[in-house]
Design a protein around this ligand. Sequence first.
Ligand SMILES: NC(=O)N[C@@H](CC(=O)O)C(=O)O
Ligand SMILES: [Zn+2]
Ligand SMILES: [Zn+2]
Length: 430
Amino acid sequence: MKFIITNGKIVEKGNTLKQVDILVTDGKIQAIGKNLLAEVSDVEKVYDVKGALITPGLVDLHVHFRQPGFEYKETIQTGSLAAAHGGYTTVCAMPNLNPTPDTPERVRAIYDIIKRDASVKVLQYATITENLRSGVLVDYEKMVESGAFAFSNDGVGVQTAGTMYLAMKEAAKLGKAIVAHVEDESLMFGGVMHKGKRSEELGIPGMLSVVESSQVARDVLLAESTGVHYHVCHVSTKESVRVIRDAKRAGIHVTCEVCPHHLILADEDIPEDNATWKMNPPLPAKEDQMALIEGVLDGTIDVIATDHAPHAQSEKVGKFTEGAFGIVGSENAFELMFTHFVETGIITLEKLIDLMSIKPAELFDIPTGKLKVGDVADIAVFDIENEITIDPNTFESKGVNTPFVNWKVKGDTLLTFVEGKLAWGKEEYK
Ligand SMILES: NC(=O)N[C@@H](CC(=O)O)C(=O)O
Ligand SMILES: [Zn+2]
Ligand SMILES: [Zn+2]
C-alpha cells in the first residue's frame, strides 16, 4: 500500500512548523518533502489534510482496557479504538483485571486478544505480585518471556517495603521497570478526594498527600539500593515532585508521568459532591497543580500519560463516597493539553510532542515510529485550527466518565496510522 498525506505541518527542532507531504510505502515512511504528489506515481490514496498538524503517533504508558474481567466497562477492542481516536499508536495496558496477568499463560491469553482485536499496538503490564494484593512475587523471568512490558500493580499500592525491594531486585535483573501506583493504605483514613479546604466545604472525607508522597520517598531509596528503573504513575502532589526532583539529582533511575486532568483541574474546581470528579490520585490542591506544571517545565516530570479508566455510567453516578475512582482520558488528552498548555504558551508544541510521544517511547525502549524517513509509519494528524466541543457521544470508548463534557478545545484527531494502516479516521477521510 502506497499513500500520501499532503498539506500537513510537522514540528521541527526549535519548534518551527514546516509544511510537508509524507509518502508511506508498505508501512514505512518513504519520504517527507514538498510536492511529493508530483514526483511519485502509483499512489493508491491521497489524504489532503489541509494544513493540519502531523505528529509521530502518541504513546500512552498508562491505560485500563478491563479485559479480561470487566468487559462491560471496556474491551481491548473498544479501548484501543479509543486510543486511536486520541492519536495514540502505542499504549501500555494495566493489569488490574480478573484474572490478573500474573502467570505467563494469562499474559499470553491477553496478547491473543490484542492480536485479534486491537487497533493500535498494545503492550501488557504484568503484576508485581500475584493477584495484585498478595505479597507473593510473580515469576519475573517467565513473565518477561511471555511478553510482559513491565511490572505494575496499578490500582493498588505495594504496601510493604520488603515486597517492593524484592520486586525491584527481580525486575532490575531483567532490565525491566517497576511502574508504581503509590498509595499507602494505612494513611487513607477513608479519604476519597484531596484533603483541604474544598473537601471540608463539601463535607467529603479527605485524602492526605502523604498517601502518595510517602511511598514515593520510600521507593526512590529502594530504587537506589536495587538499581531498578522505577517509574511513578500519575504523580499528583508537590511533595512527590520534590522527592523525585531530589532523587534525579542524586542519580537514581527514577522517571514519572502526570495526567492531563491533574494539570488542568484542581480540587477547587469540583463544583459539587458528584463522583464525576472522583479519581485516584484525587484532583490536587492548586499549589500541587502549580508544582506539577513546574515539574513538567524543568523536566522532573518526564511524560504525560492518560490513566484512561473507563467505568459504567451506573458506577459513576451519585456522591464521592459511592462512585468508582477513575475517568476516561485517551480521546481528549492531546486536545486538552494542546488547548490548555500550548495555546496558552506554557509549553511549546515541540515539548508536548516530546511529552506524549518521543519521551515515553525512549524511556521504555518502545519501538515506534518517530516521523523520520525509514521509520514505521506511526502517525497522527490533528486539526489545531478549529474549535470543537467535547462530546462523549463521539467516544469510541465504552466509558463516558469524564469531567470535561462540553469543554471547548482545539486539536481534534483527523487520522491515526499504525504501521501505515489507518487505525482511526474522521468520516470525510474514510
Ligand atoms: N485512576 C483511577 O482512579 N482508577 C484506576 C486505577 C488507578 O489508576 O489507580 C482504575 O483502574 O479505575
Ligand atoms: Zn493508579
Ligand atoms: Zn491507572
